[in-house]
Each structure stands twice: as C-alpha cells, then as structure tokens.
Design a protein around this ligand. Structure first.
Ligand code: ZN
Ligand code: ZN
Length: 177
C-alpha cells in the first residue's frame, strides 16, 4: 500500500490492513512472522508532513540467544509518526532524526510505502536479545549439545582435571585390548 501525498492532501485515509506471514521482508533469518500482522491506522497530511497514527499486532518468532531454539514474541505497538519531505540536499544515510519525544522520518518523492513504516515499527518493538527461559543453559561450546535437553558428555570428562590422567590411562588400556 502506497501512501500518496496527493491523495492524502484530498482526504484523511483510514487503514485496516493484514499482512500475511512472509509479505514483509525483515531482512533477517532470525525474525520470522508467524501470524497475520494487523494494522489499524489513519494517515493524513498535516502541512506537508505525513502523519501516521495507529497500532499493529502480530507474533514474531525469534531465536534464543543461548540455545538457538525458537522463541515466540507477541508484538503489539501503537505509533504516532510524522514524515517530512526529504530535503533535496540531504544524504539518504541521514534520513532519520530522533529525540526523546518526537520522532520524525522523511519521505522521498510522492509518498511512502506503508509496509516500510510497519516493518520499522515491528523491528523497534522487538527486544535486542531473547532467551527462551531465564535459566536456559544454552549450548555446549565444545559439542553443541543443547544442555536444556541433554547431558553433554564432554562436560563430564573435562570438568575435573584430576581425572584426566586416569582417563588417559583407561583409554590406553582399552586401545591395548
Ligand atoms: Zn534457550
Ligand atoms: Zn559438550
């Protein structure tokens, strides 16, 4: 859906839209939308700024930072955003200003795509890091075993250094047999 300034100049737009999983590209293999993303919003032109106010809701599957198992996050966010026409001399890299209270973005040319706005809002709503449970034990750095589900064998061998010579003796003994 393209929000065209010329149309917004004529009338305020009421938006109810559903984005099916996969229709918004989050540019990350670790961010997976697993439920339809629902947006309710209004878009209007104030002076020359596009104002988009509303809310969104969806479920996103992320990856546990410790054990790499999937973690589902409920995402719901309200927003009230202003987009000003991009000044001609501005470089694209500097197209976003932020301070504590107001957030102003910029649009180029005739308007902006709602999906781009929504994608950014979803990314802002997501935590930087998730873990599946507060006591997630993660993966063994040696063998990659998920320590939540299985005992790792290299752990029991390596933890007690006093046992190492004995283990070596045993190994030699087995080899000789
Ligand atoms: Zn985990
Ligand atoms: Zn291990």
């Amino acid at each position: 859906m393209f929000l065209d300034v010329k149309e917004l100049a004529v009338r305020k737009l009421r938006i109810r839209k559903k984005y099916a999983p996969g229709s918004i590209d989050f540019h990350s293999a670790e961010i997976k939308q697993i439920k339809s993303l629902e947006v309710t919003a209004t878009a209007e032109l104030l002076e020359s700024q596009i104002r988009i106010e509303g809310s969104l809701e969806t479920k996103i599957e992320l990856v546990c930072a410790r054990c790499l198992e999937p973690v589902v996050e409920d995402v719901s966010r309200t927003f009230d955003l202003f987009y000003a026409p991009l000044p001609k001399e501005a470089k694209p890299k500097e197209d976003r200003l932020k301070d504590d209270d107001t957030e102003i973005g910029f649009y180029q040319g005739e308007g902006l795509f709602l999906a781009d706005v929504i994608k950014e809002q979803v990314l802002l709503a997501l935590p930087l890091k998730v873990i599946c449970q507060s006591d997630c034990r993660g993966l063994c750095p040696n063998c990659g075993a998920n320590l939540n589900h299985e005992e790792c064998r290299c752990e029991t061998h390596a933890t007690d250094p006093r046992m190492a010579p004995l283990a070596r003796l045993k190994q030699d003994w087995f080899k000789k047999q």
